[in-house]
Design a protein around this ligand. Structure first.
Ligand SMILES: NC(=O)c1ccc[n+]([C@@H]2O[C@H](COP(=O)([O-])OP(=O)(O)OC[C@H]3O[C@@H](n4cnc5c(N)ncnc54)[C@H](OP(=O)(O)O)[C@@H]3O)[C@@H](O)[C@H]2O)c1
Length: 328
């Protein structure tokens, strides 16, 4: 099969499209013909050796996919050959024509959902949903501030926050990104390159501050926004796309009874598979009832996977990027 290979940790340009052996199934797994894969910021970190997980090289990047089951092991009963599925591949393996995965990791989906959209419901929306529902326990009518609100998981948080009944304030670096977030349901927007973020948050919350902050960015926007939280606020640590890991002022936690809440969706998926399955069922229902959507900025071919990853990592992407692989 054809696959993108990372032979050594390093720049995205060093990735190569190679022909490698097809994966094989064991009694409990299924072989998937991949139709499309989603691209996420962590894919680039993983290839560069900057992610919290470091697979042995060589490896095939890509952590979310949609495909068709083409073979099953003898103990597999939850899927059949021909089923359309989505799955997270636990960090790597999706930028390829085929993948073998434990059958329990596969989620059957209707064929009415386009593969490029279906694969992209996992990492970005899955993280936003788990973060806002289980980690922050976001309540209807609370103020939710989303930083990096036009990126993959930021835009998903805008949509999921609205689906949960919150008032959503989207913050991003350009007016184009803010217009995009507004078109995806944001109630208020803040351009953090122009405005004083702390003052703007207070203005949009009638002086109260944000009840929940969703932060995939880190750095300066963390420093300003954490100072505009409401009492009992929950600050969700999602990622550090800015490249800077901020420091949390614990004096604020004391005075305002704030909580700093970590989110690691990949670990949650492994640790709590039943709850993950419930979450994905709710997300797929929300997708079908148009409470959430997948906004695809650009579609790339498998051979162009490095360009797809650059597009995500270079602060250009509006929503998500997909790679089409098989006959989708
Ligand atoms: N904790 C988890 O379980 C989990 C799951 C998924 C992703 N993540 C993390 O979340 C972060 C975002 O992932 P994503 O896939 O949503 O990425 P993305 O689509 O590229 O969005 C990242 C956003 O960060 C902002 N940003 C600020 N400075 C940046 C810089 N120097 N370079 C790039 N972007 C910058 C950009 O928004 P503006 O231009 O508007 O500032 C951009 O839209 C990553 O750190 C990723 O590792 C964590």
């Amino acid at each position: 099969m054809k696959a993108i290979q990372c032979n050594d940790f390093g720049p995205l340009e060093a990735l190569t499209l190679e022909t490698i052996d097809d994966p094989t199934v064991d009694d409990d797994s299924a072989l998937i013909d991949i139709l499309a894969a989603g691209v996420n910021f962590p894919d680039g970190l993983l290839v560069q050796g900057k992610y919290q997980v470091k697979p042995a090289t060589p490896f095939v990047p890509g952590m979310e996919l949609c495909g068709t089951v083409s073979q099953i092991g003898k103990n597999v009963s939850n899927v059949s050959v021909g089923d359309r599925i989505i799955a997270t591949s636990a960090n790597f393996g999706a930028f390829a024509e085929k993948i073998a995965l434990p059958a329990t990791q596969l989620i059957t989906i209707p064929e009415t959902i386009e593969p490029t959209a279906a694969c992209n419901l996992l990492v970005a929306h899955g993280t936003a949903h788990h973060a806002l529902k289980q980690r922050a326990q976001l309540q209807p009518n609370e103020n939710l501030l989303v930083l990096g609100a036009a990126g993959g998981t930021g835009l998903a948080a805008v949509q999921v926050g609205k689906a949960m009944g919150a008032t959503v304030i989207a913050a991003a670096s350009t007016d184009e990104k803010l217009k995009f977030a507004k078109n995806n349901g944001a109630d208020h927007v803040i351009n953090y390159n122009d405005a004083n973020l702390k003052d703007a948050i207070r203005e949009h919350t009638n002086g109260r501050g944000a009840d929940v902050i969703y932060d995939p960015v880190g750095g300066e926007v963390f420093d300003s926004s954490v100072r505009a939280m409401a009492p009992n606020g929950r600050f969700l640590v999602i990622g550090f796309a800015s490249g800077t890991i901020p420091k949390f002022p614990t004096n604020l936690a004391l005075v305002k009874e704030l909580s700093l809440v970590g989110v690691f969706w990949g670990a949650f998926v492994k640790r709590e598979p039943a709850l993950f399955a419930d979450n994905m069922k709710e997300l797929i229902d929300w997708y079908e009832t148009e409470n959430v959507s997948v906004q695809i900025d650009k579609i790339f071919s498998l051979a162009d996977a490095a360009s797809a990853m650059h597009h995500v990592m270079n602060r250009q992407v509006l929503g998500k990027v997909a790679i089409t692989i098989g006959e989708s």
